[in-house]
Design a protein around this ligand. Structure first.
Ligand code: ARG
Length: 463
């Protein structure tokens, strides 16, 4: 067996000259991938247990290696482990330390594996728990949103298209739209688990191994469903990285859209929601200011998330199979996206806790912009057997009339209405009531109060 001296790279027999100092400084990834130490140790323990079961290494060596690995884990946990950049990455650092602790028998740990399968095994294990962590945060947001919705079923506001008042809606209906959005994000992240559940360990450098390994055994030990099917694809594949970055980008885009909406709503022009002092900051010159900085932070972060997705797509573009050093950057990108998204989700929850609807202003705004016009058109169709297009034109005439007289639709008298449509009778007036308007939208998915109540119950039972 080759003796491995301390302070020497494992390839010093083959590669005689020392690596360029500059490259040594920048080519290592330990500062980033040390975050995978737990997964790396977990993977190595499963690997040596399998090697022993398959009679590839002895009982004694297996135990020695596991003892050493557990010791290393403790050292890292207690911050006693010295991460040295000269060992390149977390895999080499742990292997090197294993030699220091148990001596030459550490040399058996890398039997029938390569860093190429080791790194993606670690990474996939990490990403599975990261996915679950994100989904837990999304659950918290959904729960919080449901609570606010429950309290606001009868809070009336204008729904917007083109940011212009469109039709009356319940504020809770708006909030339940957010619930749909975050529920889809959860599904998107969960869908990624299928690919993440294929175990790369054992494909070695790229072609598999001549040792009689049992990949089903390590799959089970490490919580994967099955081993991957093709060794070349396995070490080349970073689709699971893209999936995670895409899902994270979409989720942060959602947070960005909602943040922008809340910024508009809290602006002096709209003023239909209040942000508590906990989620605003001041100005260095204007003493009166309360700015929605947290929401702006959330709106902006999607830029970083898209950037990360595009970085990875670009790294992979044109990269032949199988492993290349180019791939090493995947971890930095993912960790950045994950940390950013988790922060955004937590901040967004803070926002939900610290904002409230300005119900009076919402109602006031809903009384502007003739938002019951569609209700009137529908009424004409149902009660005066007009085609919808005809009713639409009649209603437009009535809106023009009201606008000219500077009146709201509900301020028009029946006589005024009859000037334009003589068939109209008194009972048309109830059409202009906002509550009636909302409750008439009973179609599945519509804003009627009863619909919202049922949907809230449905989601509450789901969580
Ligand atoms: N630190 C490396 C990475 O993250 C591990 C794999 C190294 N494999 C190699 N053949 N150089 O990609």
């Amino acid at each position: 067996m080759i003796k491995k001296e301390n302070n020497q790279t494992i390839w010093n027999i083959r590669i005689k000259k020392k690596t360029s100092l500059l490259y040594k400084k920048i080519g290592n990834s330990i500062d980033v991938d040390k975050r995978l130490y737990q997964e790396d140790i977990q993977g190595s323990i499963a690997h040596v247990e399998m090697l022993f079961k398959q009679k590839i290494i002895s009982f004694k060596i297996k135990n020695k290696i596991i003892y050493g690995l557990n010791k290393i884990k403790k050292e890292i946990l207690n911050q006693k482990f010295k991460f040295d950049r000269k060992y390149e990455d977390i895999h080499m650092s742990i292997e090197n330390r294993l030699f220091q602790i148990i001596g030459e028998e550490a040399g058996y740990v890398h039997t029938a594996r390569s860093r190429n399968d080791q790194v993606i095994t670690d990474f996939k294990i990490w990403m599975k728990s990261a996915t679950n962590e994100i989904n837990k945060e999304l659950d918290k947001i959904i729960k919080r949103t449901l609570k606010i919705a429950e309290k606001n079923i009868e809070t009336i506001m204008p729904g917007f298209t083109h940011l212009k008042n469109a039709q009356a809606i319940s504020f809770a209906h708006y909030l339940m739209a957010y619930v749909e959005i975050f529920n889809r994000d959860k599904k998107r992240f969960s869908n990624n688990l299928e690919n993440l559940n294929e175990n790369p360990l054992g494909v070695a450098a790229l072609s598999g191994t001549s040792f009689n390994i049992d990949r089903n055994y390590t799959s089970k030990k490490l919580g994967f469903k099955t081993p991957t099917n093709n060794s070349i694809d396995t070490v080349s594949d970073r689709d699971f990285v893209l999936d995670f970055l895409y899902s994270s980008s979409v989720c942060s885009m959602h947070i960005s859209r909602i943040s922008e909406e809340l910024i508009i709503w809290s602006s002096d022009g709209f003023n239909i929601i209040n942000l508590s002092d906990k989620i605003v900051t001041g100005s260095s010159i204007m003493p009166q200011k309360k700015n929605p900085d947290l929401l702006e932070y959330l709106r902006g972060k999607s830029g970083l998330m898209y950037g990360n997705l595009f970085s990875m797509l670009t790294i992979l573009k044109g990269l032949p199979l199988s492993y290349f050093k180019d791939l090493q950057d995947d971890k930095e990108i993912i960790f950045k996206s994950f940390d950013t998204l988790i922060n955004c989700l937590k901040i967004f929850e803070e926002v939900l806790i610290n904002f409230s609807p300005n119900k009076k202003k919402m109602l006031e705004l809903a009384n502007h912009g003739f938002i019951t016009a569609t209700d009137l058109a529908d009424y004409l169709v149902k009660n005066h057997s007009m085609s919808f297009r005809k009713a639409y034109q009649k209603t437009a005439e009535i809106v023009n009339f009201a606008e000219k007289r500077k009146k709201r639709l509900d301020e028009l008298s029946i006589q005024e209405l009859q000037k334009i449509e003589p068939k109209l009778s008194n009972d048309v007036l109830k059409i202009f009531n906002l509550k009636n308007s909302i409750n008439s939208k009973k179609s599945y998915g519509g804003t009627a109060f009863d619909n919202i109540k049922k949907m809230i119950v449905k989601y509450k039972n789901k969580l």
